[in-house]
Design a binder for this molecule. Structure first.
Ligand code: HEM
Length: 324
């Protein structure tokens, strides 16, 4: 271990300089058990092998919904998401999402997003922290058919739902997410009265997937512009759970065990296999439209930064330079 290395792979996500550490991890065995984290780690060639394996699933067997969301509107939404399902249920939802996203007019999205960005210029570090979340969500809300006036509410409700998803979410944030999930469902039912529960949930899922990942890409791109260095990798890892004993690369992952899949260092920023991100072109178009629109406003901001606590997304928190 090098003196400035993160303590472990989860700490690397928000570490100041984790990329050399990731590169060295990728040079190690593709699958190894980490006793401290109590799970398997997939790095380098192990990443694609795990993401391609049909018995390594996105949720633990018998737990389609995290315990703290069972019986809630948020839980009902979660249970329908393509991102959180495997097998036939996933395939049907994913097909629809791919079709919808393949039909996106990227030039139109670029123009609409640039307009939104010009209307929401960051005048301070604090505003920038909010806008890296808000502007991509406003853009996707419009892309999905909402009127510009509906955008801010849709963006806020999405952030409320996302805040309740981690098992560490506090009760107050789960309560806020309940209202938000119901409000989003009502808003989408108004927009697309013919959509069934699964379709509605997966449209909301597009906003959920946009939220932290695109804020991370945008925030890291702002930093890359300022520092002229550093990869802009947004999502560093994902997880899989063994549905039965799985033999892979001469190791056996026992039923129920978790695999932490290190996308960082494997060159798979948008994932791989059946759950691969269908939103890559949308995300990149949004960020590419916002950066030039903000460049002048950003030049006049003196910024320091650290990273938001997160197990998988590297999202900068900007502060005014010189003020702790
Ligand atoms: C820079 C921004 C983004 C990054 C880095 C990113 C990355 C990822 C990754 C790594 C996955 C796979 C997760 C896994 O296999 O466990 C994923 C899934 C997904 N992403 Fe993205 N994403 C981004 C933006 C977006 C946007 C803007 C949308 C929608 C408009 C989107 C929609 C989705 C969906 C629906 C899934 C689930 C796909 C499935 O499970 O089949 N993403 N994303």
């Amino acid at each position: 271990m090098f003196p400035h290395d993160p303590d472990h792979l989860l700490a690397a996500v928000t570490h100041a300089a984790p990329f050399d550490y990731y590169r060295r991890q990728a040079d190690g065995p593709p699958l190894r058990f980490d006793a401290a984290l109590d799970c398997w780690l997939a790095t380098g060639a192990g990443v694609a092998a795990v993401l391609e394996h049909v018995d390594l699933r996105v949720r633990p067997a018998g737990q389609p919904v995290p315990a703290h969301l069972i019986g809630t509107a948020c839980g009902a939404l979660f249970a329908e998401l393509a991102r959180m399902n495997d097998g036939a249920r996933h395939a049907a939802a994913k097909r629809k999402l791919m079709k919808q996203l393949a039909g996106v007019d990227l030039a139109g999205l670029h123009a609409d997003t640039a307009r939104l960005a010009r209307d929401h210029l960051p005048g301070s570090a604090q505003q920038l922290n909010a806008l890296i979340f808000d502007v991509p969500l406003l853009a996707v809300a419009q892309l999905l058919g909402f009127a510009p006036a509906d955008g801010p509410r849709i963006a806020q409700w999405t952030q409320d739902v996302v805040a309740a998803l981690p098992v560490t979410a506090e009760r107050a944030s789960v309560a806020r997410a309940e209202l938000a999930a119901s409000a989003l469902q009502a808003a989408f039912s108004g927009l697309r009265p013919d959509a069934d529960a699964s379709q509605t949930a997966n449209l909301i899922g597009l906003l959920i997937q946009t939220c932290e990942a695109t804020a991370a890409l945008l925030g890291n791109s702002v930093l890359a512009l300022r520092t002229c260095q550093g990869p802009t990798l947004a999502i560093h890892n994902t997880r899989r759970f063994a549905a039965c004993d799985v033999q892979i690369d001469k190791v056996t992952i026992r039923q129920g065990q978790m695999v932490l899949v290190l996308l960082a260092g494997a060159g798979l920023a948008y994932g791989h296999g059946v759950h691969r991100c269908p939103g890559q072109a949308v995300a990149q178009t949004i960020v590419a439209a916002i950066l030039p629109a903000w460049s002048e406003a950003l030049r006049s901001l003196g910024l320091d930064w650290h990273y938001r606590p997160s197990p998988n997304a590297r999202i900068p928190v900007f502060t005014t330079a010189g003020i702790a």
